[in-house]
Design a protein around this ligand. Structure first.
Ligand code: SAH
Length: 199
């Protein structure tokens, strides 16, 4: 299966407004991250089940969150909620190092297998509750949380560099936090719907 042109032009490009991000979506076939039974839906703008009550996010949401994160080639990025591994694979094409944490071991295993098959070598995976971040490789330039939390896990802020950006859905609002000389700038971006972040 090829990545259809309309997917890039009509779903991804308008959601991110960023040519570098569209290029990343060109390199990562979404159909490889979902069940064979759902493959026909891979290039529609919908979230799809990936088992264990979890979903691969809507492609326009992945594009939008990636744009808000403002990925730069030398960035070290932490993702909480590996899920299918699709968001991590997109980030791998845009930054130098990606660290991703998932609490469900079966999803961790599936995501590592797919990413390995795609010859992506700059993503490191871990099974853990992501509310504690990933101390070993901190601090990060950017942090992205892809499950909906009720509040901001404080430890993530500690692991963010000065000048760093943190994107997280909290109570159905997508939020951006920017850490600047020990001040925290908060922005509400938009309404959103995500699977639950487990505290
Ligand atoms: N980024 C994923 C989206 C997956 S849905 C993708 O591209 O497919 C969100 C994921 O977050 C689920 O897999 C869920 O198990 C995971 N999750 C929820 N709470 C978590 C927590 N506290 N720590 C780590 N992972 C968590």
């Amino acid at each position: 299966m090829r990545i259809p042109e309309y997917f890039l032009k009509e779903i991804i490009a308008p959601a991110c407004n960023n040519e570098r991000i569209v290029e990343a979506f060109k390199k990562v076939p979404r159909h490889l991250f979902i069940d064979d039974a759902l493959i026909k839906l891979a290039y529609k703008d919908d979230a799809l089940p990936i088992g264990y009550g979890q979903t691969i996010s809507k492609p326009s949401t992945v594009a939008k969150m990636t744009a808000i994160l403002d990925p730069q080639p030398n960035d070290k990025v932490l993702e909480i909620g590996t899920g299918s591994g699709f968001q991590a694979a997109i980030l791998s094409k845009l930054v130098s190092e990606v660290y991703t944490v998932e609490r469900i071991p079966a999803l961790y295993r599936r995501a590592t297998t797919i990413i390995r098959k795609l010859y992506i070598h700059n993503v490191k995976f871990k099974i853990d509750n992501g509310k504690v971040g990933w101390e070993e490789y901190a601090p990060y330039d950017k942090i992205i949380v892809t499950a909906g939390a009720e509040l901001l896990p404080e430890e993530l802020l500690n692991q963010l560099k000065d000048g760093g950006r943190l994107v997280i859905p909290i109570n159905n609002t997508l939020k951006l936090y920017i850490k600047e000389s020990n001040k925290l700038i908060k922005k509400n971006i938009s309404e959103c719907k995500f699977v639950k972040f487990v505290f």
